[in-house]
Ligand binder design. Structure first.
Ligand code: GSH
Length: 179
């Protein structure tokens, strides 16, 4: 029986789904990019979601949740995680470091005042932004050093792969939304 297309379900945002979308594009593999048309659509689906949150990926095997798990699963499925255990570990390092960077925005909820403008800026706004920026610079320098240390332009496999996707899209989101 032919395998059906994976279905990625998320809001009409890049955020936690974009790395996975980019992986399918790089691999030229078709998938269903389902973006909620309304908040009601999400609320109706919410009770059926493992953690009541998105993104989720519907596959022939069942429903998968947690964005980084989804990205890793898709990267592995499409052959985009490196050539051996070491390259896979380098890949995971960058994914986790990227998550640390995302947390510098998510934990103090910078998004609510800087991106969504739903709350007023806190008194220590400039310190929070400076700390987040410094974290990003540190992580990106380290990511670059992984590639240059191996005499390569890209982190693993001669290409950017999933971890690169995460870094690229986190960066793109921040540049477009935080300035
Ligand atoms: N750890 C989860 C977090 C998922 C998450 O926070 N999803 C948000 C959107 S980015 C969500 O579904 N929010 C709606 C809600 O919690 O009701 C992941 O990485 O997938």
């Amino acid at each position: 029986m032919a395998e059906s297309k994976d279905k990625l379900v998320y809001f009409n945002l890049r955020a936690r789904a974009e790395a996975t979308r980019m992986l399918y594009k790089v691999a030229e593999k078709e998938f269903v990019d389902h973006r909620f048309g309304s908040s009601d659509e999400f609320q109706n689906m919410k009770p059926a979601l493992p953690f009541g949150q998105v993104p989720i990926l519907e596959t022939d095997h069942g429903m998968l949740s947690q964005s980084n798990v989804i990205a890793r699963y898709v990267a592995k499925k499409l052959g985009l995680v490196g050539n051996d255990l070491w390259e896979e570990a380098l890949h995971d390092t960058v994914v986790e470091a990227s998550q640390d960077c995302v947390n510098t925005y998510a934990v103090p909820n910078i998004y609510s005042w800087k991106v969504f403008k739903s709350t007023p800026a806190p008194e220590n706004a400039s310190e929070l932004l400076e700390a987040a920026k410094n974290k990003w610079v540190k992580v990106l320098n380290y990511v670059e050093s992984i590639a240059t240390g191996r005499g390569k332009k890209y982190i693993i496999g001669g290409y950017a792969w999933a971890c690169g996707m995460l870094v690229v899209c986190c960066n793109a989101i921040l540049q477009s939304r935080m300035s």
